[in-house]
Design a protein around this ligand. Sequence first.
Ligand code: ATP
Ligand code: MG
Length: 264
Amino acid sequence: MADDIPESHPRYRSLLARRLLTEAAADGLLAESALIAHGRGEAFDYLLGERTTASAHRAIGEATARLLAAGSPVLSVNGNTVALAADQMLGCAAVLGCPIEVNIYYRTPERMSALLVRLAERKLAVMRADPPDGWAEGSEAWQAAVLAVPLLGDAADGRIPGLDGPRAACSRDGIMQADVIFVPLEDGDRCEALIAAGKQVLVVDLNPLSRTARAATVTIVDELTRVLEELLPLLLAGAGSPDMEWDNDAILLDALDEIRSGAA
Ligand code: ATP
Ligand code: MG
């Protein structure tokens, strides 16, 4: 897929992400604005020094604890998340034993089905691959865990209260009934509506100033693929309990300080 990008290239990860996104766009997985959203993320990542900062590590730990403590977690994905990190999201869902819901802002039947088909393909690939380090139950149990991940989103039989039109659509067995939603790259409006519906919303957003970042329960100010490299092992290792005094505004201020000072 990206064999012609040498791993030694100083901008390897960035080039790979751009390649994955342009290919996904050509395959009809993305809305037209998806590449603009990625570009905004890249700009903030540059300012962050393209690293997971100390405050982001703390937020990833908190998100892990909340996902593991959840009664009914769900992972909600959009086109960019599927393009960049379908396998890692499937791995997290397998470990948590929870569904993945395709939930996109610009909903068309064609994109919904293209994303669900892509996820189903990647599910087979993840099943066939070795279990991740830290998975203690052997490869047959891994295959069963991955196979059991429900892929939702086709049936828009639920509604997020407080939103109009297609943006309100969600799945009754997914977002609608979830208590904790991990939704990387969520839109600001929808994040606010999910919070108003009483849900814990865990987001990944490189922009600490965005409406999404400010509205979420836990904001991980970091790049999605770096976050998932850390989240999956943490989910496998288990985590402490959620911090009921979690101060998300303080995390956003820390992220801004880390940008200003260049400190990790
Ligand atoms: P608001 O949240 O203020 O409503 P928005 O959601 O409309 O803003 P967009 O540009 O549509 O803003 O959303 C893209 C957001 O996703 C940006 O804030 C960008 O920083 C972030 N983003 C894009 N790609 C990634 C990525 N790979 N990892 C983490 N964050 C990303
Ligand atoms: Mg946003």
